[in-house]
Design a protein. Structure first.
Length: 132
């Protein structure tokens, strides 16, 4: 629905902002309503990825390459998740805090958001085949 109403560019910018807000809100989640805000933003990012990312990848790389691109994207995100959890645990064991982990995630989120903005605003020529 978001893609239909707002369009690809607005949705890409919103997704990029949510990607950055998730670890940022985790850094700020100390007490009160901030943990609830983190959970809401993080949940929105997860839900957005499940639906909008497929549409964005399809629109960006074309239907012919969609399966391959989605497979690569899924592998990368799965490996990232598999590495992140033990890394965060080890960081907590060493420092007694998740602050460093969330700071690293924030830097990675800014990089991911920059990639999201680049892909969203990139001019695409679907007549050229993409070799993977």
């Amino acid at each position: 629905v978001m893609f239909d109403k707002a369009g690809k560019k607005a949705t890409g910018v919103l997704m990029a902002a949510m990607i950055i807000l998730s670890p940022l809100s985790a850094l700020l989640a100390q007490a009160g309503m901030t943990p609830l805000i983190f959970c809401t933003v993080h949940g929105f990012v997860g839900a957005t990825y499940t639906v909008a990312m497929n549409i964005l990848l399809s629109d960006t790389f074309g239907q012919a390459a969609f399966g391959e691109v989605l497979s690569i994207f899924t592998i990368i995100t799965t490996v990232g998740s598999a590495i992140a959890s033990p890394f965060m645990g080890a960081t907590f064991d060493k420092t007694g805090s998740y602050k460093l982990s969330f700071e690293i995630l924030l830097v990675l989120a800014v990089l991911a958001a920059c990639c999201m903005i680049y892909i969203t605003f990139r001019k695409i020529d679907h007549s050229k085949a993409i070799e993977l």
